[in-house]
Design a protein around this ligand. Structure first.
Ligand code: NAG
Ligand code: NAG
Ligand code: NAG
Ligand code: NAG
Ligand code: NAG
Ligand code: NAG
Length: 791
């Protein structure tokens, strides 16, 4: 069901597209030459389709119907009746033999061209008076075909006078002598078109027959209007002239009219034939021209009526459409107001110059597709009369903006801070009515108007700018690149590798700067150094030294200027160096004095730990930058050195030799040696004596025995004890230099257990000048105690 429906729709559709109509109803139309005919519209209104174009045509030109309205053979004679919506009838006026043809119609709808089903074939005929009958004459107004217009009546004229009778085509009348005269007939609907006059009852009668009823001639040319005439033989021709009845109530010879002066001539070469020639025709000469015959009798004047209608036409150019969009189609029609006798050739001009192929046999020139170059003033002329050109008509081509370009002012380089104007130039018709400025990658428009000014331009304004020119036919973009140039800005220095820089490594400084045009010269400076260190974007410092520490900056330069970067400081780290030991006070070191050793070292970062060593002593002696030795003894003599330690490296200093000098060393030693020997001797003898006494006693004291155990040992252990005691007391003294209590305690300890060492100790104490009195005093106590008790 649905399939069938769609199938039938499809058939109709195809049928419409191809424009093929199966049946054509051919209609015959018989009409009088010179009359008008209306060809009925072959389609019934209202139509189901929307008609956009309709064309009456006979032939096709270049594969498409040649609209009769544009056909020079129908110039001024065809008219489409009705409007698009209600009718499509065609009226043809002033029918002539060349109009005998088949007239077709087609119309255009949304779905294409459709051919009208009816066609009309026009046959033309002329009225002719036929005289028949023997007793009474029967006049018949005959035609060669049956006039399609059946409703019309026939009118008869005798000697040019309307007989005021409506009849059929047959007029029966007995012609008596008084009825003799010239007869002609006409149809009521076209009174101007009558048959040639026929003389009835007399061989000579009044008649004027114009060669042509209508004439169409070009302005500036000349025309011959001629007629043949006759008059009854009883009249004697005395003169003749041509006149235009509209201008004068009484016929008035053209020759005497001021308007025709010098342009009119009569020619009467042949018997009963007269020719009027008018030269230099103007449009004012368009009129009805009649011939008047004058005879010797006052009633013997006769004018040929109706006269010859002369139409003087200009040539004019019609452009359809006058304004066309680019790519469209344009038809130029070289037109006249009436149909010329002979269809001339047409010559085309553009801007006063003949166009490429100037001569066409048709009156139209089609330009398709139209381009903007087709714009111009056009005119046409008809062949043979080159001087008669049509007025110029201007063809405008509407096109979307083209050839837009953006110009930048001032031209040349754009430097930051300057002002720049971008101007969009265009070529468009109709003119551009809107300009919009865009910047690439920026969605919103920047400005509107033909020019766009940017004052105090910044580098951020660099980029591609578009101008969009728009008219009602479209828009076009064109772009320009704005390159804002500027001096180097914000140069910065980067250091590679980053992090700590250790002496001996390599460092690269890189200068980067935004500049346009790019930086073409980099110069490297170090602060407080006047001369540049290097050039080039990178500055390599290989095997960097501590002296290279400092602040660096670069100068970036392009042709607009130069700028210094902020500084970057290089802090070259290195392990301890020049580690050395100094001694304070300087000079000779006397035993018992105090000495401070100071370790100095240059390091970056600074030394975090100092360790003191003495040569041939494995364990460190001390730590800290300075090492004080109080109450120095000769044993302290030796080579000292320090180790400076930083997180980068450690370094041992060269060693410093300490020599401790004793005071009057030899005299004292001799004295002490002798004294000690004597004291030992005394003590020993005393001790032996005491032991001997005590051994006789029965009771024995533990302490004494203990002492005795000690005493029983040989001299070597004693000596060892003494020397070890010495070491201890020395160490104690170093730690607590002025601690007399401690010293005192030690003394007591010695005195109770080891009487022999005390004197030795005391002796050494005597070498201290400041404490000599006390020590001596103290020493005296010691002496008294052990030696006095046994004694
Ligand atoms: C540079 O010299 C100035 C004085 O001339 C001084 O104050 C400054 O510390 C010096 N800077 C360096 C890194 O040497
Ligand atoms: C500087 O050092 C970098 C990295 O080691 C190297 O690529 C570059 O070529 C060096 N430049 C110069 C001038 O020696
Ligand atoms: C950059 O520093 C160098 C050296 O100090 C100096 O000669 C130059 O004029 C400075 N350039 C600028 C732009 O300040
Ligand atoms: C390091 O020692 C050398 C040689 O003794 C000396 O020339 C230099 O000035 C010293 N450097 C420092 C920073 O003390
Ligand atoms: C340290 O020891 C070495 C051998 O081990 C020796 O030659 C040198 O004399 C000693 N130095 C001192 C001060 O004892
Ligand atoms: C410095 O001397 C000490 C003791 O002899 C030793 O342990 C250390 O390794 C030395 N340091 C250096 C850097 O030679």
């Amino acid at each position: 069901m649905s399939l069938r429906t769609s199938g039938s729709v499809l058939v109709v559709f195809l049928w419409s597209l191809t424009g093929v109509q199966v049946q054509h109803n051919m209609k015959q139309i018989c009409a009088l030459k010179g009359s008008s005919v209306d060809l009925p519209c072959p389609i019934i209104y209202p139509t189901w389709a929307q008609i956009t174009e309709k064309v009456w045509y006979i032939t096709e030109l270049d594969g498409e119907p040649y609209d009769l309205r544009w056909d020079p053979k129908y110039e001024g004679r065809v008219e489409y009746l009705g409007t698009k919506e209600d009718d499509c009838s065609l009226r043809i006026t002033d029918l002539r033999e060349t109009d005998e043809a088949t007239y077709k119609f087609r119309y255009k709808t949304n779905s294409g061209w459709i051919v009208g089903s009816n066609r009309y074939t026009i046959t033309l005929t002329e009225l002719k008076v036929q005289v028949s009958g023997i007793w009474s004459n029967t006049l018949t107004c005959s035609t060669t075909c049956d006039l399609t217009d059946k409703t019309t009546y026939y009118i008869w004229y005798k000697n040019g006078i309307h007989l005021n009778k409506r009849t059929s085509s047959i007029y029966s009348k007995t012609i008596y002598n008084q009825d003799a005269g010239s007869y002609y007939c006409a149809v009521e609907s076209s009174l101007g078109l009558h048959s040639p006059a026929v003389c009835v009852g007399d061989s000579n009668c009044w008649s004027v027959t114009y060669t042509k009823m209508r004439m169409c001639v070009l302005k500036g040319s000349s025309v011959d209007i001629s007629c043949t005439y006759n008059h009854p033989s009883s009249y004697i021709e005395q003169g003749s002239f041509w006149f235009t009845p509209e201008k004068f109530y009484t016929p008035f010879d053209l020759c005497s009219g001021p308007h025709y002066e010098g342009r009119v001539s009569y020619n009467k070469n042949t018997e009963k034939k007269h020719t009027l020639t008018i030269t230099g025709l103007t449009e004012r000469d368009s009129d009805e021209y009649k011939f008047r015959l004058i005879t010797d009798k006052t009633d013997g004047r006769f004018s040929g009526f109706p006269g010859v209608i002369l139409t003087v036409t200009d040539v004019f150019l019609e452009i359809d459409p006058t304004s066309v969009s680019e790519g469209g189609r344009m038809t130029l029609l070289c037109r006249t107001t009436c149909t010329l006798e002979h269809i001339p050739e047409y010559i085309w001009y553009k801007n006063g110059q003949p166009v490429t192929d100037p001569v066409t046999s048709y009156n139209r020139l089609i330009i398709e597709p139209v381009t903007s170059t087709d714009e111009g003033r056009y005119s046409c002329a008809v062949g043979g009369l080159d001087d008669l050109r049509s007025p110029e008509e201007t063809l405008t081509v509407r096109y979307k903006p083209k050839k837009t370009s953006v110009s930048v002012s001032p031209s040349g380089e754009i430097v930051e801070g300057s002002s720049v104007t971008l101007t969009c130039s265009r070529d468009a018709n109709p003119p551009v009515n809107k300009y919009t400025w865009y910047k690439k990658n920026v969605a919103s428009p920047k400005a509107s108007g033909q020019s766009y000014s940017i004052t105090n331009i910044r580098s951020e304004d660099s980029g591609e700018y578009y101008c969009e020119a728009e008219n009602e036919y479209g828009h076009l973009k064109s772009s320009v690149f704005v390159d804002v140039q500027y001096v180097p800005r914000m140069p910065s220095v980067s250091v590679s590798p980053s992090g700590e820089i250790v002496e001996g490594s390599s460092v690269t400084l890189t200068c980067s700067s935004d500049a346009n045009p790019p930086v073409n010269k980099y110069t490297w400076y170090k602060k407080n150094v006047t001369s540049p260190k290097a050039s080039g974007q990178s500055y390599n410092i290989t095997n960097i030294r501590s002296e290279d520490s400092g602040e660096y900056y670069c100068e970036a330069e392009n042709k607009y200027g130069h700028l210094n970067s902020s500084t970057v400081s290089l802090d070259v780290q290195y392990g301890p160096k020049n580690t050395s030991v100094s001694v304070s006070p300087s000079g000779e070191i006397v035993e018992g004095s105090s000495v401070t050793l100071i370790c100095s070292s240059d390091a970056n970062p600074p030394v975090d730990k100092y360790t003191w060593y003495k040569k041939n002593v494995t364990s460190p002696k001390a730590s800290g930058q300075s090492y004080s030795i109080t109450n120095i003894r000769s044993e302290d003599s030796g080579e000292y050195y320090c180790e400076a330690h930083s997180k980068i490296a450690s370094k041992n200093s060269t060693s410093m030799l300490l020599t401790v000098a004793g005071r009057q060393t030899t005299v004292m030693n001799a004295f002490v040696g002798v004294t000690v020997f004597l004291l030992v001797l005394i003590c020993f003898s005393g001790f032996m004596c005491f032991r001997w006494k005590k051994a006789s006693k029965s009771t024995a004291d533990t302490i004494t025995r203990h002492t005795e155990d000690y005493g029983q040992g040989d001299s070597s252990p004693v000596y060892d004890n003494i020397s070890s005691m010495e070491m201890t007391s020395t160490a104690a003294q170093t730690a607590n230099t002025d601690n007399q209590e401690d010293l005192y305690y030690t003394s007591i300890h010695f005195s109770s257990s080891k009487n022999q060492e005390v004197p030795l100790y005391c002796t050494i104490q005597q070498s201290h000048p400041q404490k000599q009195v006390e020590e001596v005093q103290y020493a005296a106590v010691k002496f008294n105690c052990p030696s006095a008790a046994p004694r």
